[in-house]
Design a protein around this ligand. Sequence first.
Ligand SMILES: [Zn+2]
Length: 320
Amino acid sequence: MAQKAFASSADLDDKQQTLDVLADGVYALTAEGDPNVGAVEGEDFLVCFEALATPVAARAWLDRLREHTDKPVKYLVLSHYHAVRVLGASAFDAQVVVAHDNTRALIAERGQQDWQSEYARMPRLFKEPDSIPGLTWPDATFSDRFAIDLGGDRGELVLQYCGRGHTDGDVVAWLPRRKILFAGDLVESRAALYTGDAFHREWATSTLDRVAAFGAETLVGGRGAVARGQDAVAAAIGQTRHFLRVMLREVGAVHERGGTLKEAFEAARAALVDRYGGWPIFEHCLPFDVSRLWDELSGVERPVIWTVQRDREVWARLQD
Ligand SMILES: [Zn+2]
């Protein structure tokens, strides 16, 4: 069998970006499985959700957004610490960069390694990597809930922590008046899950329960198309939960019987590939996903830091 190219390093074709106006003053940019971003208009300011991988990549999004509004960016919300979601932050000139307390701690602890790791895994997303001025530091952090008054009769945008999931610092942005949820990487819509820094058991249960409890009618996930309507929202959450449950079942069974990580990888892949094998980043993510779940089942509480070297070792062990 031909050797598989490392992670997404051979995925060099630009993806089509689509700007959706979800409601008056509510925007999402999706890109065929590349990371999504969003924006919500306040009375005289903007809240942007997620920052893309570099300032140059972010500027292309802001140029699209500027066709609709010229309001200044007051808040830039980081859904979690991953490099492809945060390193474009400087392009926004935001007054306040907001994130969860744990996201700030993770950036301090492992932001540098994560930057190098993600750059090697997904080089195409790092448009003009030299435009990144350094790590992104939140100005304001919170532990549970952070409400932004949008002014006028626009209501609030609520940033909410739903428990540990894709990382231990994911937040979602909820617009109650429109029933629109920006879910970050806690929910993917027809894209594979990256769980290399995850807490699978909580994510698959209490955390997704809390995400579902918003009763969103429109959901923007971390990757993939916008889910429109309650059925599509339920399907996106359901897919995310199913992916996690299959991993827990398959990797759990091999772990339980004293098998090897490689056997767990093969079992998980076999159980997932028919349904998810054609979705973006499936082969890229799976070795890292299974490796983290194996650790989690072995009692490793916090995800081990991914480095360029560790990425290559795990890839060689499982995917080559
Ligand atoms: Zn992520």
